[in-house]
Design a protein around this ligand. Sequence first.
Ligand SMILES: *[C@@H]1O[C@H](CO)[C@@H](O)[C@H](O)[C@H]1NC(C)=O
Length: 287
Amino acid sequence: MLLMLLMLLLVSSILVCYAGNLNGDFDITWGDGRGKILNNGQLLTLSLDRASGSGFQSKHEYLFGKIDMQIKLVPGNSAGTVTTYYLSSKRSTWDEIDLEFLGNLSGDPYILHTNIYTQGKGDREQQFYLWFDPSSNFHTYSILWNPQRIILSVDGTPIREFKNLEASIGVPFPKSQPMRIFSSLWNADDWATRGGLVKTDWSQAPFTASYRNFNADACVWSSGASSCSSSSSSTSRPTSKSWLTEVLDTSKQERLKWVQKNYMIYNYCTDIKRFPQGFPPECRIKL
Ligand SMILES: *[C@@H]1O[C@H](CO)[C@@H](O)[C@H](O)[C@H]1NC(C)=O
């Protein structure tokens, strides 16, 4: 009996220790109490009301990594709200990998807006509808960033790939500036929903988005050097560095095509009106 109790204690302490803690990975950076880390570090929430939104950022900077976060977006009437989740180096010629969730009226689809900046230049927008309601449950949003490619995935399904084409056609690739994770919930009803036609209904405030199960298999930057040995996580998972060389296998490529065919609603690479002088170089080559 005593032995069983001891074993139980041991098991539960191991679980707690592996369960990690969002407090160790993130700082709430603005919002005057509207951002919160709850349940012993297992849950993070951001909220928005008429007076302010809120945001958080990672304590670490990363140079390459596979970074997963489960997010549950603002439910109900989320029109006018934008939940951002991105990596950025925030320097003068910055690199950035953007996901922005544009809210909508109840029952109307969110838009997942993506962009990739290299050395301060973005203009690489792709937008998607999702194949589920992202506000009814948590879903996993992943950024794989290794020296050869950036892959954005939703519940393991790739939605976008940005390859390192620096050597072949000279398009800069983010490879030397460490980036931090940022997230925010704010009001953008001047453009977010149907191009700004639908405004935020403040009678529904406060609006809340939730985050959990953060996992970063990543190279952590500290005092000018990058160390890939440590893995920072709020879930238990063995660390391997296969993500550093990961590519899309055939079945993932098929999934990517499925998403692009059925759920992509905007692609800068096909927006002829926007690029009358010719598409950006990464759009022109057959990938
Ligand atoms: C909101 O719903 C409308 C109507 O279905 C749709 O046209 C629009 O793309 C949706 N998303 C946003 C963010 O506007």
